[in-house]
Design a protein around this ligand. Sequence first.
Ligand SMILES: [Zn+2]
Length: 301
Amino acid sequence: MPPSWQVFNIKLIINLGVKQFTGPEVYRFRVGAFECRALRDGTFTYPNPAALLFANAPRERLREALRGHGVRLERWGEWVSPYTCLMINTGRHRVLVDTGRLLQNLQAEGISAEEIDTVVITHGHPDHIGGNIVKGRPAFPRAHFVMWEREWDFWTSEPSLKELKVEEHVKKILVTSAVNNLLPIRGQLQLLDHEGEIMPGIHAVVAPGHTPGHIALDVSSGGERMLAVADAAIHPLHLERPDWYSAVDLYPAQAIATRRRLLDRASAEEMLVAAFHFPFPGLGRIVQEEGSWRWQPISKP
Ligand SMILES: [Zn+2]
């Protein structure tokens, strides 16, 4: 059990968390023949980040580790996280990975909601599904919404979330958001129950722990590969200290095992990695060093 100071108080999130919309920011890149865009869907300011991100970290070790990132623990009052969704144009398909509040950003990019034929939902947390619905209807009327079956079943069957170390009203917010953003897409749903190809070049990778049916994506084209890890790592320090879990990891032991497996795969196979919450554009490589890993962000032109 984490010490009580680390129990994450989401009340602060509600009061202080500000989603800032500073206009769309887009980073274009390629994975082989696939044209990809990292779309920054605003940022969110989280208070009390040490308790949120590193729920089980011994304070002294956390202080030291953060120092390596230029952060002083005592002064670390807030953490600004971008929400970075991906759009992948495979030539045949236009795929969105997570939705946030994307519609406006897509329109700014000259992409209409009707053009999106596939929306992959990595998991049912509000920051990943918040753009599924507009005025009670699916925001992407022609899209299949792809998600892991267990994730759908979990959020749509009144989960108690008793394992989560957050306050009760926060759990209610998570469940309400899931119900509001998932049930209306029921008619467009494609549920996965085994790993494999969603479409040529895009594979679902089972990655549970953060949530029961959290998935990663393995994207490959023309000999190039990308692993979109979603929330298997939320902060770059999770690579150096893979055993430090976050307060919103539902099953911490499973989340840690998943994280290690994905980091191993990404570093061994030298994949480009996309991480939803890392500094924009959330793209980089993972370097293995002495039993742990290090984040190497891409150098932007
Ligand atoms: Zn997230």
